[in-house]
Design a binder for this molecule. Structure first.
Ligand SMILES: Nc1ncnc2c1ncn2[C@@H]1O[C@H](COP(=O)(O)OP(=O)(O)OP(=O)(O)O)[C@@H](O)[C@H]1O
Ligand SMILES: [Mg+2]
Length: 239
């Protein structure tokens, strides 16, 4: 190994084939890419092109059919189920289009969940959940259930939940897909802030305005990376 740190994400000829009954779907057909620490990468492409599949593999929610996937230099194929769960739970934060909040729990209880799985004690969990909610501007909504919050607020709760473990990598699958333009702008500002904090972010989007704020845009088509565009000026210049 050289002195430079391994990329946060490295895929070499990764394939993913889903088989159900007689049907085989080649969702990814050989994806090779590197994402470095601190990058904000947008993933775009038509419906069914393999975007969610790609992000699920990066997030260790599923395993590749072929090829190599390394996270911070570690080949995920070498990790056992316990270690994979640990990577998923401690190093990666997920944000989904549907928020995936538990309806019967107040916001702070939703936010503390990853810390329950991580074995953090109750008092520290509550403190960290409230802190994460404050960071997304929802300190005063901690006791509200998801049904008592707007869509944008629910997504902010979901982002607080993704951040509560302080993950280095945040993966988001159309986080603004269900939001109006005002709520979208708020969520994007939050992601911009996370990016400034030095987090690595991979964000699937259909929205060109969202993609325009990324360091690089990865266009997926038919399970392949069709094009990668870097923003003209380096990220530093935009600060
Ligand atoms: N669990 C699964 N079992 C079988 N096929 C699947 C599964 N998940 C996805 N697929 C198929 O794999 C292909 C890629 O799906 P994927 O969800 O990655 O697309 P996407 O780019 O995220 O699309 P969208 O923009 O609509 O969310 C599709 O043809 C889809 O039907
Ligand atoms: Mg998808």
């Amino acid at each position: 190994m050289s002195g430079t740190p391994a990329p946060v994400i490295e895929l070499a000829d990764v394939t993913k084939t889903y088989e159900s009954g007689d049907l085989r779907v080649e969702a990814l057909r050989g994806v090779t890419l590197r994402i470095e620490a601190g990058e904000l990468v947008a993933v775009v492409g038509p419906s069914g092109s393999g975007k969610s599949t790609l992000v699920h593999l990066i997030g260790c929610l599923d395993v590749p059919t072929g090829g190599r996937l390394r996270l911070s230099g570690e080949d995920v194929a070498d990790l056992d189920e316990d270690r994979l769960a640990e990577v998923r739970n401690r190093r990666i934060g997920f944000v989904f289009q549907q928020y995936n909040l538990l309806a019967y729990l107040p916001a702070w209880r939703n936010v503390e969940l990853p810390l329950v799985y991580a074995g953090v004690d109750a008092k520290a969990r509550r403190a960290r959940a409230l802190e994460a909610l404050a960071r997304v501007g929802l300190a005063d909504r901690a006791d509200h259930r998801p049904g008592e919050l707007s869509g944008g607020q629910q997504q902010r709760v979901a982002i607080a939940r993704a951040l509560v473990t302080e993950p280095a990598l945040v993966l988001a699958d159309e986080p603004t897909g269900n939001l109006d333009s005002a709520a979208t702008a708020e969520i994007l500002d939050l992601f911009a802030e996370l990016h400034r904090d030095g987090r690595t972010i991979v964000l699937i989007t259909h929205d060109p305005d969202v993609a325009a704020r990324a360091d690089r845009v990865l266009r997926i088509r038919d399970g392949r990376v069709e094009e990668v565009t870097a923003r003209d000026e380096p990220a530093e210049a935009a600060r």
